[in-house]
Design a binder for this molecule. Structure first.
Ligand code: S3P
Length: 450
């Protein structure tokens, strides 16, 4: 167990490039198992979670060679039964995506995780995978360990009851591995890295958005409103049966979720200026930036381009006084991982900020609603807990305090930023949690201090 002491900082300035996106890194590693040729991942994420995905594919017969940030993955001729259980550590993405892939690949495997992952819900993937005929056992409580046995899978047409890219991706990988067609219907759009990577690797996948029309508003005939042709879903993702993946090089953009902590810091500390280069700007991930702009943030995006099928750009941030904005509804799945840091920003924003429709936060690496409420209260902020979010009354200045990461990397990083902006000293206990996604986080943070 380690702790880190953080002093208030007067100004930050700098230019950063960040380790590769975590979600994309997991997908390159896992999907390499299904490719016909070698896969090269440039700027692979350097945290423990993505290492678990690399070790998993190694255990399943792939050859994995790592040289700094570049990983070469040579797929096996046939995915092998692993010799022992596959350790997914703290990584929900490794476990949920791999479960689908292995159920489709017809292998026998046992997936295990750490204490936190072993309490997280797996029914969300187990149920639809069973609809595909997968032989997957998650015990009486539908939690890890997951035991997977060979099964003869069938196609699925699935309307997602929950907005989760992990569920969607688990089913798509089951379809890819078994050669079955998979249609996913999303009521709320979730991150689409799996779909983009299937296309990048030469696979056959179609994405169809439900059409909309403008009609007179029945509540007010002077107004018009946009209605969808169906209310059942917004987007259909259609994977053809027998889709093959070629492989190739994937250049992974910097992780926008990691960038969010540095962006927030530049917005909280007066006179700050920061540039973050080559950051992923996938529209299913970038609602954090949209909300910040609505709050009055000074953000300029330059050098927009595409990298291996993903939009990227450079973000320039200057200090600005923010206005509070409600965070709720369809936008939430699009910034779910950024809510802890958005809560920290809200705590230093004039007015009251309400976060709703975010009950998924309760089943992340820790109960992030509880963790945010506990830590902000210790920093002198009035914060009310809701079943699906919180209400935060902004203060002029946060007070330094002794805070816990609750073993969660995003809580550790969000409150380290809060500590940099707060009066007095802050201590984060269990600070090693940052190793999950960004082992160099504290060094990078201190490097920006002027
Ligand atoms: C992820 C999807 C999200 C996110 C997680 C990574 C992914 O989870 O919170 O950090 O890579 O697919 P859900 O799919 O459970 O919302």
């Amino acid at each position: 167990m380690s702790e880190i002491k953080i002093e208030r900082c007067k100004k930050i300035q700098g230019c950063l490039t960040l380790p590769g996106d975590k979600s994309i890194s997991h997908r390159v590693a896992l999907m390499s198992l299904l490719c016909q040729e070698k896969v090269v991942a440039v700027n692979y994420a350097d945290g423990a979670d993505c290492n678990h995905s690399l070790e998993a594919v190694r255990a399943l017969g792939a050859q994995v060679e790592k040289d700094n940030g570049t990983v070469q993955l040579t797929p096996p001729n046939r995915i092998a039964d692993p010799d022992g259980p596959i350790e997914c550590g703290n990584s929900g993405t490794t476990m949920r995506l791999l479960a689908g892939l292995l159920a489709g690949a017809g292998v026998t495997a046992r997936l295990i995780g750490d204490d936190s992952l072993s309490q997280r819900p797996m029914k969300r993937i187990v149920d639809p995978l069973r609809q595909m005929n997968a032989a997957i056992d998650a015990g009486e409580h539908d939690i890890a360990p997951l035991n997977i046995a060979p099964g003869l899978l069938i196609p699925i047409d699935y309307t997602m009851p929950l907005a989760s890219a992990q569920i969607k991706s688990s089913l798509l990988l089951a379809g890819l591995a078994s050669g079955n067609a998979v249609t996913i219907r999303e009521k709320n759009l979730t991150r689409d890295h799996t779909e983009r990577m299937i296309a990048h690797f030469g696979g056959s996948i179609k994405v169809e958005d439900v059409k909309s029309r403008i009609v007179p508003d029945p509540d007010d005939p002077r107004k018009k409103k946009r209605v969808l042709d169906t209310e059942e879903y917004k987007r259909a993702i259609i994977l053809n049966g027998g889709t093959a993946l070629a492989g190739g090089t994937v250049e992974i953009p910097g992780d926008l979720s990691t960038a969010s902590y540095f962006i927030a810091l530049a917005l909280m500390v007066r006179n700050s200026h920061l540039i973050i280069k080559d950051v992923g700007l996938n529209p299913t991930r970038s609602a954090f930036l949209t909300i910040l702009k609505r709050m009055g943030a000074n953000l300029i995006i330059k050098n927009r381009r595409e990298l291996s099928g993903e939009p990227v750009g450079d973000i320039e941030i200057s200090y600005a006084k923010l206005r509070s904005r409600k965070v709720s509804g369809d936008v939430v799945p699009n910034l779910i991982d950024e809510i802890p840091i958005l809560a920290v920003l809200a705590a230093q924003t004039e007015g009251t900020t309400i976060f709703r429709d975010a009950s998924e936060l309760r089943v992340k690496e820790t109960d992030r609603i509880r963790a945010v409420v506990a830590n902000l209260s210790l920093m002198g902020v009035k914060v009310g807990e809701l079943p699906d979010g919180f209400i935060i009354e902004g203060v002029e200045d946060l007070s330094g305090a002794e805070l816990d990461s609750f073993g969660d990397h995003r809580i550790a990083m969000a409150f380290a930023v809060a500590g940099m902006a707060a009066h007095g000293k802050t201590v984060i206990t269990n600070s090693e949690a940052v190793e999950t996604s960004c082992p160099n986080f504290f060094t990078m943070l201190e490097g920006l201090r002027l």
